[in-house]
Design a binder for this molecule. Structure first.
Ligand code: F6P
Length: 419
């Protein structure tokens, strides 16, 4: 009997996570002889536990195709941690019961390191429970902190948004600087890893171009050196443009911007490093400043997505289906860089155990010796990832044509389950 695929989105979404969903669904539809339906968890794994499964076969072909250029997570995502098998046994058992009840033979979990871990555990427990399910992790994270893969789908588009935004805002502050604002600060995401902040450096075409300062989570914040660098930039260029990662920490290891709340994974909720840094500038140097937190704007900016990123996001979804058809389990399709110039890449297979719960930080060689910028080697790595535009179609009112799916749920057959 043909088995169904269950696809679920997990964690923070990306501008191109739906391109991955599109890759999964379109590719599965090409193999109707071997694959049943593609089901999707409503709001990720939470929906799976609640037996809220979206039947994607009820969606029109054109709407599935439009996922390729629609941001957000089309089926809903969640931050929900399935802990160790012993601790969360009831949830794992429920998961397998749901998969069994709906004839699921393939579980695709589209997320970062935490989700790779969950997918791995599901593959283990499904074997123990005598209902073996082929579990495939599908990579995504704007933070680019997944190991093994050369880059993570979602990152390239956020990198492009950040590089373009700091370039544009810097032109603004440069024009105002002689009589008004002298400092502009853009805060970007990336909890522990400075990849997104580093992408701001791509805006620099020549030495002296903005951003003049990048603050990375990997480099403990040195207030004295920072203030001196801002002063120097204003004296030299008339203004100072800064990119700060939300994950910057002081020498004591505390986040500059910890909001005090934590998510289900125990991650601190961040956001607010820019105003802290702005206050430091104001009190030490008295310059007028503006700051912005790019927050969800960067994570959803599909209008300025990188074409390379969008293509790779689709490719990992399509590869997950190919892996499933080839009988693989406990693996993830990852991106392997073949060459920089011209940029060439391919999809390879990696064992989930190599990706689970590990974060890839910026290597030392990517950060300039003063700690405030990127090196040529970082630039060579980052540059290809933002190349090409992949604009969504626009309607006559000037707005992007993003799709909303019908999201028809399958009929429940199991008793309710409290999540
Ligand atoms: O997806 C990762 C991430 O973008 C982090 O960079 C950021 O700290 C976090 O998500 C914020 O996510 P949430 O929407 O859960 O607050």
């Amino acid at each position: 009997m043909k088995k169904n695929i269950l696809y679920a989105q997990s964690g923070g979404v990306t501008p191109v996570i739906n391109a991955t969903a599109c890759g999964v669904i379109e590719t599965a539809r090409q193999h109707r002889d071997r694959i049943g339906k593609v089901l999707a968890g409503k709001d990720g794994i939470i929906g799976v536990l609640r037996e809220e499964l979206i039947d994607t076969s009820r969606e029109r072909k054109a709407d599935i195709a439009a996922l390729r250029h629609t941001p957000g997570g089309a089926f809903g995502s969640c931050r929900f941690k399935l802990k160790g098998i012993e601790e969360s046994r009831g949830q794992y058992e429920r998961l397998i019961e749901v998969l069994k009840a709906h004839n699921v033979g393939y579980f695709f979990y589209n997320g970062g390191g935490d989700s790779a871990d969950t997918a791995y555990k599901v593959s283990q427990i499904s074997k123990k429970m005598d209902f073996p399910v082929q579990c495939i992790g599908v990579p995504k994270t704007i933070d680019n902190d997944l190991p093994v893969t050369d880059n993570s789908p979602g990152f390239g588009s956020v990198a492009k948004y950040v590089a373009v935004s700091i370039m544009e805002a810097s032109l603004d502050v440069e024009s105002m600087a002689s009589s008004s604002t002298k400092v502009f600060i853009l805060e970007v995401m990336g909890r522990h890893a400075g990849w997104i902040a580093a992408a701001g450096g791509l805006a620099q075409k020549e030495s002296g171009d903005p951003p003049h300062i990048i603050l990375f989570p990997e480099v403990p914040f040195n207030e004295k050196a920072f203030v001196a660098k801002v002063k120097k930039a204003v004296e030299t260029h008339g203004y100072c443009s800064i990119v700060v990662s939300e994950g910057v920490r002081g020498p004591d290891g505390r986040f500059l911007a910890e909001a005090g709340t934590r998510d289900a994974f125990g991650h601190a909720q961040l956001g607010g490093a820019a105003p802290v840094v702005a206050e430091i500038v104001k009190s030490a140097l008295g310059y007028k400043y503006h700051w912005a937190v790019s927050d969800y704007l960067q994570r959803s900016a599909r209008h300025i997505a990188s074409a390379v990123d969008s293509e790779q996001a689709y490719a990992v979804g399509a590869a997950a289906v190919r892996f499933a058809l080839a009988g693989k389990s406990g693996v993830m399709p990852v991106i392997k860089r073949i060459s920089n110039n011209p940029y060439r890449w391919k999809i390879e297979e990696a064992a989930l155990g190599r990706l689970a719960n590990r974060e890839k930080l910026m290597p030392k060689s990517y950060i300039s010796s003063d700690g405030f910028g990127i090196t040529p080697v970082a630039r060579r790595y980052l540059e290809p990832l933002i190349v090409g535009e992949s604009y969504p179609p626009y309607d006559r009112k000037g707005l992007p044509k993003y799709v909303r799916l019908k999201k028809t749920l399958l009929k429940k057959v199991l008793p309710p389950f409290e999540v």
